[in-house]
Unconditional design. Structure first.
Length: 573
């Protein structure tokens, strides 16, 4: 078969293959860049088919319309490829920009020139049929329009390639293969069209561009089916990165190493009350004033802000990927309400604790003196009851102070702690305050957990003392840990203590008492289910729940008529 016929039929086959791919793409659900990619394949289909069929038709009158289709397809391939690259890489907003609309307008003008080429000298001129390789080839002058359109299409395709290569460089292996494949696709047809335009090679006037679309098609198929190019479009990651800054409700300012503003999100523009174009390249210190409000952390106020709002400032370095710092992200979080609330609560706590301690001391002394002076047994009983309640209220105030000190301090929950030593110290303290109580500690001497020692002690002390103070008879509390999982299921072992398991890197402590059990409304405090009439009467359970959660553990309560069993599971060491 002669060369011209080979080129003609190969062009038709490549066009048909592109048409088949286009039919498949129409079945896919919408993905970033899919519509524009369909445009690229459609233009390739028309380009290849028009050229191949034209060669087979010889001197048919259809040659002129096919020439028009050929050039129109060539004009729009570049636009479609650039549009695909923009949307596919997460830059869809540029498709609606004035520069891109200008490109579309310019190529529309080029299309008009091609459609009307017989009536002027700006399009293909001196069109004639020449015999070559067994076919009749259209040959025409490569005037300025032809050259300029070729350069335009190549420039658009090159820009698209640059965008895709940027994805390869920036986003790593997730997008590397398919982005690189579709970035290389314009190369074969560009080389072939350049050879035809410059009349280089032994095959001129045959244009081998349509055949060069075959490797283009192969690379497209590899990216589509081999690498799932539309299942993992880089637009997702690019938009996520932008959303992390732009859509964040907190003000975010990006500064260079010299603290000059290079970018800020909408929330920062609103908070600073500035024009974004004006503040760029200015020092951020012009807009933020340091605040020493007595709280931990870096706090600032915005200059000229009459609302006097306070922001917690977080400053994170921007790594260049090679260990260097190219700037910083400054995130501002409005903590005005939080700081004011903490200040009010702090003042209120100090006043209440001071007045509570002093006034209750006076009340207790007066009640005690009255009880000693009275000869009426009924009055003495009432006064002693009042004294007991006063002592409990005073103790509650002291407990509140201790709880505040514990919860407001920094917790280091990764320290290896000797649980046996902590529990023995708790036992000694509780029995020292309650001599009638019995506290049994059945914990191995080598039992160690990962925790904060102060928080761990507060947890155990509250659990043990809770079992003591609520038992009006002979209070007895047992703490045990064992490696037997079955023992936990069975409940109580031969020594009268509840066993629990150390399993999977955790240690479970069982604390049991013989008291009346924990009322349901007390446990409801832990789930924020307090009713208007039944509130938790103490802080112990709340502190236990907070402490165990802070240490990364778990606590469960099993209250019955025979007493209470509490299981505390903590990370082992």
């Amino acid at each position: 078969m002669q060369l011209g016929l080979v080129v003609a039929w190969t062009s038709v086959v490549v066009g048909a293959a592109n048409l088949g791919l286009l039919a498949y793409l129409r079945r896919l659900s919408e993905r970033p860049g899919l519509t524009w990619f369909q445009g690229v394949i459609a233009a390739q289909t028309v380009f290849c088919a028009a050229y191949g069929v034209g060669l087979l038709l010889g001197e048919s009158p259809l040659r002129d319309p096919l020439l028009v289709l050929y050039w129109v397809a060539a004009i729009w391939i570049g636009v479609a490829y650039l549009g695909f690259a923009l949307v596919y890489t997460g830059r869809a907003r540029y498709v609606h920009s004035r520069p891109f609309q200008g490109i579309v307008g310019f190529q529309s003008l080029g299309t008009l020139v091609v459609l009307t080429y017989p009536f002027h000298d700006y399009g293909p001129t001196n069109v004639e049929l020449v015999e070559y390789g067994g076919v009749r080839v259209l040959e025409y002058t490569h005037n300025a329009f032809v050259v300029f359109e070729f350069l335009t299409v190549v420039s658009l395709a090159t820009l698209g390639v640059v965008l895709l290569i940027d994805t390869v460089v920036s986003y790593g292996p997730l997008y590397r293969k398919h982005a690189l494949a579709i970035a290389v696709t314009p190369l074969p047809p560009t080389v072939a069209f350049s050879a035809w335009l410059l009349e280089i090679g032994p095959f001129y006037p045959l244009n081998l561009t349509a055949i060069a679309f075959f490797p283009h098609l192969v690379l497209d198929l590899y990216a589509l089916f081999g690498e799932d190019m539309f299942e993992f479009p880089p637009a997702t990651r690019r938009r996520a990165e932008r959303a992390a800054v732009e859509d964040l409700g907190n003000p975010v300012v990006v500064v260079d190493p010299d603290d000059r503003i290079v970018r800020l999100n909408a929330a920062a523009v609103d908070a600073l009350g500035v024009d974004e174009t004006v503040v760029l390249a200015t020092d951020i210190s012009r807009y933020l004033e340091p605040v020493d409000d007595g709280f931990d952390g870096d706090h600032v106020r915005i200059a000229d802000d009459t609302r006097a709002r306070t922001y917690a400032r977080t400053r994170n370095p921007l790594d260049d990927g090679a260990g260097g710092v190219v700037g910083y992200t400054v995130v501002l979080q409005d903590v005005t309400a939080e700081r004011r609330r903490e200040q009010r609560v702090g003042v209120l706590n100090r006043v209440l604790r001071h007045n509570l301690r002093n006034d209750l001391t006076v009340v207790l002394g007066s009640v005690t003196a009255a009880a000693e002076a009275s000869d009426d047994p009924a009055v003495v009983d009432l006064l002693e009851t009042a004294a007991d309640q006063t002592r409990e209220l005073s103790a509650l105030g002291e407990r509140a102070r201790e709880v505040e000190a514990t919860m407001s301090g920094s917790v280091v929950a990764d320290e290896v702690v000797d649980a046996h030593a902590v529990l023995e110290a708790v036992r000694d303290d509780v029995t020292g305050r309650h001599p009638a109580a019995t506290v049994d500690v059945d914990v191995p001497h080598d039992c160690r957990v990962t925790a904060d020692p102060d928080v761990l002690r507060v947890v155990f002390e509250n659990l043990v003392e809770n079992g003591v103070v609520h038992d009006d008879g002979d209070p007895r509390v047992s703490v045990a840990v064992t490696n037997s999982g079955d023992a936990v299921a069975d409940g109580v072992d031969g020594n009268g203590t509840v066993a629990s398991a150390a399993d999977g890197g955790t240690v479970t402590f069982a604390i049991t008492d013989t008291g009346p059990g924990i009322p349901g409304h007390e446990l409801d405090v832990l789930d924020a289910r307090e009713s208007a009439l039944e509130h938790g009467s103490g802080l112990g359970l709340f502190v236990v729940n907070w402490g165990v959660s802070t240490l990364g553990g778990d606590v469960t309560f099993d209250a019955t008529d025979d007493g209470t069993r509490v299981l505390v599971t903590l990370p082992g060491a």
